[in-house]
Unconditional design. Structure first.
Length: 86
């Protein structure tokens, strides 16, 4: 599992976050059954993660890399900076 800084999310908005796994991270470019979770930096913000997806894209060893996506929604009334854990 790794943590990546994603940025800022306003109250009651959503963002689609995408990460492409390449041979640098994994020679096969596949993290198997991976889900992403958002980590709010404001202790009173609440983030919900849904619409997880995994897509094979051309290239890489063995036929392709994988692109993982998640939709992060800030369901609180507070803005926050956030990270995503993959």
């Amino acid at each position: 599992m790794s943590r990546f800084f994603e940025g800022f999310i306003a109250p009651r908005t959503s963002q689609k976050i995408t990460l492409t796994v390449t041979g640098f991270w994994n020679p096969r470019g596949d993290w198997q059954n991976t889900f992403a979770l958002a980590h709010p930096r404001n202790p009173n913000a609440e983030l919900v993660c849904d619409a997880h997806s995994k897509m094979m894209i051309p290239g890489g060893v063995g036929g392709g890399f994988f692109r993982y996506s998640v939709t992060v929604t800030n369901v609180s009334s507070l803005p926050t900076f956030f990270d995503v854990d993959f």
